[in-house]
Design a protein around this ligand. Structure first.
Ligand SMILES: Cc1cc2nc3c(=O)[nH]c(=O)nc-3n(C[C@H](O)[C@H](O)[C@H](O)COP(=O)(O)O)c2cc1C
Length: 180
C-alpha cells in the first residue's frame, strides 16, 4: 500500500541493492562515487549500465573521457563508500584510504582494495528522467582470487549491500538453493 505519510520512494522497494564504486577520470582529476543503480545489460558483449545524475562530478568525467571502472567494495570499505557517496569531486580522494592502481585496458584507474574492478568503455549514453544511463562495454577486469574462487563469488568474502541512506549490510555466509 502506498504510504503517503512517509513519502515512500518507490525505488526503495527494490532494496537492499548492492553498492558499487564508479571510478572516472585519471591523474589529479580522478573521482570515485558510490552507485547503487548499476546493472548488467548484456552477456556478449558484456554491457554494464550505470545510472548517474548530471549533478555528479562523475557525470562530467564519464561524458568527457567515455570510460569508467565499476569497483566492487567490501564491507570493510564502508567508510570510503560513504565518503564516495556523500562528497563531490576529486578532492574527496584525499580523505579516503583507497589505493588507485593502473587498469589493464583503459586510463581510468582501478582500486586495489576492491574485491573486483571492471573496466568499461562507454558505448552509449541516454537520459532517462533525471539520470543518464551510461552503457559501458567491459573491456578488462581484475579481481581477488579469494573473493571469487573458481570464478564464483564466495559469500563470506565481505560483499556489501545498501539498505537506505547511511545503512549498509554485509552478506550472511549462508547459501540457499531452490528446491527443484
Ligand atoms: C550508497 C549510495 C549509492 C548511490 N547511488 C547513486 C547512483 O546510483 N547514481 C547516482 O547518480 N548517485 C548515486 N549516489 C550519490 C552519489 O554517490 C553522490 O552524489 C556523490 O557525492 C557523487 O560524487 P561526485 O560528484 O564526486 O561524482 C549514491 C550515494 C550513496 C551513498
Amino acid at each position: 500500500m502506498f504510504d503517503r505519510c512517509c513519502r515512500l520512494r518507490t525505488y526503495r522497494l527494490l532494496y537492499p541493492l548492492r553498492t558499487f564504486l564508479i571510478v572516472s577520470g585519471w591523474g589529479d582529476e580522478t573521482d570515485i562515487m558510490a552507485a547503487d543503480w548499476v546493472t548488467v545489460l548484456s552477456h556478449k558483449p558484456t554491457l554494464i549500465g550505470v545510472s548517474v545524475s548530471p549533478e555528479r562530478y562523475t557525470h562530467r568525467l564519464v561524458s568527457r573521457h567515455r570510460e569508467f571502472v565499476v569497483s566492487v567494495p567490501s564491507i570493510d570499505m564502508v567508510d570510503d563508500v560513504w565518503i564516495a557517496g556523500s562528497m563531490s569531486g576529486p578532492d574527496k580522494l584525499r580523505r579516503m584510504s583507497l589505493t588507485l592502481i593502473p587498469s589493464h585496458t583503459i586510463r581510468t584507474p582501478s582500486i586495489r582494495e576492491a574485491l573486483a574492478n571492471i573496466e568499461c568503455r562507454v558505448v552509449d549514453a541516454r537520459s532517462y528522467g533525471d539520470h543518464t544511463l551510461f552503457v559501458g562495454e567491459a573491456v578488462g577486469y581484475s579481481y581477488k582470487e579469494e573473493a571469487y574462487p573458481g570464478g564464483e563469488p564466495d559469500p563470506t568474502a565481505g560483499f556489501l549491500a545498501h539498505i537506505a541512506w547511511d545503512k549498509f549490510i554485509g552478506f550472511r555466509p549462508e547459501v540457499r538453493r531452490p528446491n527443484t
